[in-house]
Design a protein around this ligand. Structure first.
Ligand SMILES: Nc1ncnc2c1ncn2[C@@H]1O[C@H](COP(=O)(O)OP(=O)(O)OP(=O)(O)O)[C@@H](O)[C@H]1O
Ligand SMILES: [Mg+2]
Length: 272
């Protein structure tokens, strides 16, 4: 595994051995706004990490640092060369057929390579479709195929299910859990959804006040279901850290902020 092209500033890029990503003492400001102050975070190879945080807490900024799209002001970011991402929206090229989107930027990739990746997400039959004809869930599955076809060591997911309806969201969560279990990239999933984080992740972190304020290993057996004392205990702990629920009294906090940033939904089991 080699270091990727994280550019600019004092960020040092370099080889990563076992971990899929290391963020160490990272700070990032936009003008006078200090978004990240001192972020330490490690994603181990094959580990699924979920990152929770209120709107504007810097989650996407952190992902962009890991992708090399942004440079940190301070600290170090170590990433593998092959890292891919799925955003909230699929970002497909409308003028290219689905299969070409999947292998876009891969010079030697053939149609068969694209078809194999599309099969993983159940869309081989849509290989020759135009992106504009796909449903939202199908388009996100194409984006997932595009991310997986590169066989990433680090898969970065920025709220990839957020724009989907509840049922499609559950199916996508199950699909991601299945494919990640098979290919074992390190995963960093940014989400507002606390239950989604507990359902999917090996570790859940909270980004607050510019640093990782909580980092908890989720030991629940898989496949997981929402509910039960351990699940609820973890969920309430994260909600309390996010300021949404008083973990002692299980009451909604009086004020969350203008955005109402934290979702309590996803009340079904993606593995069902
Ligand atoms: N290129 C930029 N220029 C100026 N400010 C920026 C830039 N990118 C992000 N910010 C600011 O940094 C802060 C964090 O943004 P970021 O997108 O990382 O938040 P987030 O945690 O992903 O929020 P959300 O959950 O709403 O997606 C915000 O206040 C945002 O306005
Ligand atoms: Mg964001």
């Amino acid at each position: 595994m080699t270091g990727g092209p994280v550019t600019g500033g004092p960020v040092t890029d370099g080889p990563v051995t076992q971990p899929a990503a290391i963020v160490s003492g990272v700070g990032k400001a936009f003008g006078a706004r200090q978004v990240l102050r001192d972020v330490d975070l490690q994603v181990d190879a094959g580990q699924f990490v979920a990152l929770l945080g209120a709107s504007g807490s810097g989650k996407t900024t952190l992902l962009r640092l890991l992708l090399g799209l942004e440079a940190a002001d301070t600290g170090r970011v170590l990433v593998p060369a092959v890292r891919t991402t799925v955003f909230q929206e699929p970002r497909l090229v409308a003028s290219m057929r689905v299969w070409r989107n999947v292998v876009l930027g891969l010079p030697k990739a053939t149609r068969q390579v694209a078809l194999d990746a599309l099969s993983l997400v159940g869309l081989a039959g849509h290989a020759d479709a135009w992106p504009g004809t796909l449903s939202g869930g199908e388009a996100q599955r194409v984006a997932l195929a595009r991310a997986l076809v590169r066989r990433p060591d680090l898969l970065l997911l920025d709220e990839p299910f957020a724009a989907l309806d509840a049922l499609t969201r559950l199916r996508m969560q199950g699909l991601v859990a299945d494919l990640v279990g098979r290919f074992r990239p390190g995963v960093l999933l940014v989400t507002h959804d606390v239950e989604e984080a507990v359902l999917l992740a090996d570790r859940v972190m909270v980004l607050k006040d510019g640093h990782i304020s909580l980092d908890v290993t989720v030991d629940l057996p898989r496949p997981r279901r929402i509910g039960g004392p351990e699940f609820d205990g973890l969920r309430d702990r994260f909600l309390a850290e996010l300021g949404v629920v008083d973990a002692q009294r299980h009451q909604p906090a009086p004020v969350v902020g203008d955005d109402g940033p934290l979702r309590l939904s996803a009340s079904a089991d993606p593995n069902a």
